[in-house]
Write a protein that binds this ligand. Structure first.
Ligand SMILES: Nc1ncnc2c1ncn2[C@@H]1O[C@H](COP(=O)(O)OP(=O)(O)O)[C@@H](O)[C@H]1O
Ligand SMILES: [Mg+2]
Length: 219
């Protein structure tokens, strides 16, 4: 999907964290966001995901203004079209890895063998097939992170938003996560916006943007 952001402004108290920010992401494009801590990278991703609301500006996906949708419509849009890898979106600890992946499918009406098959196949691609029936809270941090990425991809979203998805991972897990995210872009044509500090991750993006003084500029 094409992402079009215009004049996006988000304030906390008296400070505009994002100040009339513009962004265009083409369908299937992979954009990496960098910037110092506190610059507003996570704020921008939360706004794009529709889980936070701006004071001003517009956000459109293929022309659909999600900022003007009501909460229920925005939630439906998110479940259908967006894949999110956010630190705050933990797995459900009391569900198995497999059931964590079945959940987003169930929310869009996919159940039974098809949902189970899709979830299992994706876990296997990630080298997590053997852990499918393990409870999420019995997985290592790196394994949980990879399952969280699988959960973000399992419903084949057209937009992926990832906030430091390789942050806490060892080199092998980080490479596996990036293969998946970039693969979703290159193969399935999803648009990807990801925040990262890792040079090797930046190197895989089509475009690198820096969040600075509330706006974006080429990095
Ligand atoms: N819920 C909040 N309430 C008040 N200030 C916030 C809140 N969320 C973020 N901020 C502030 O907004 C700024 C940008 O935060 P954030 O988007 O998390 O930065 P980054 O992800 O680039 O490190 C920071 O100064 C942070 O303190
Ligand atoms: Mg952040």
């Amino acid at each position: 999907m094409k992402i079009t952001v215009r004049g996006l402004t988000r304030r906390y108290a008296d400070t505009a964290v994002l100040d009339q920010l513009d962004l265009d992401v083409e369908p299937g494009e992979c954009v990496a966001l960098v910037g110092r801590s506190g610059a507003g990278k996570s704020t921008l991703l939360h706004l794009l995901a529709g889980i936070d609301q701006a004071e001003a500006g517009s956000i459109a996906f293929d022309g659909l203004r999600i900022d003007t949708l009501d909460e229920a419509a925005r939630t439906r849009f998110r479940r259908q079209h967006l894949g999110l890898v956010f630190q705050s979106w933990n797995l459900v600890p009391s569900l198995s890895a497999l059931d964590n992946l079945r959940l987003p499918l169930e929310l869009i009406g996919l159940r039974g063998d098809e949902a189970r098959g899709r979830a299992q196949a994706l876990l296997e691609r990630l080298g997590l097939g053997d852990l499918a029936h393990r409870f999420a809270d019995e997985l290592s941090g790196g394994q949980q992170q990879r399952v969280a990425v699988a959960r973000a991809l399992v419903h084949a979203p057209s937009v992926l938003l990832a906030d430091e998805p390789t942050g806490s991972l060892d080199a092998d897990s980080a490479a596996a996560v990036m293969r998946l995210l970039i693969g979703a872009c290159r193969e399935a044509g999803a648009s990807l916006v990801l925040v990262t500090h890792a040079a090797e991750v930046m190197g895989q993006a089509d475009r690198l943007l820096r969040v600075e003084a509330g706006r974006l500029r080429p990095a």
